[in-house]
Write a protein that binds this ligand. Structure first.
Ligand SMILES: [Zn+2]
Length: 80
């Protein structure tokens, strides 16, 4: 790992901490004020790109993405 890479990681950590302290937004999924409410891409394959995006807190995103990963697993297992 280069020194430059290490600095990059440290700066990212600082930015994350700063964001957690300052910004809390209402998550439309759990209905709570949470830091890091933003749009993220799910592992879905909808034709319209909009449908692959979800705006939520990090926990809800993980939960939803896990749900889709399971659906994909079902899909691939059924196809075998
Ligand atoms: Zn949430």
């Amino acid at each position: 790992m280069s020194p430059r890479h290490t600095i990059g990681i440290k700066m990212n950590r600082y930015d994350i901490l700063k964001g957690v302290e300052l910004k809390k937004s209402l998550c439309g999924h759990c209905g709570e004020m949470k830091p890091e409410v933003k749009r993220r891409r799910l592992c879905t394959a909808y034709v319209e790109e909009e449908s692959n995006l979800v705006e939520s807190c990090f926990e809800c995103y993980i939960e939803r993405n896990d749900y889709w990963i399971e659906r994909w697993m079902d899909y691939y297992c059924a196809a075998l």
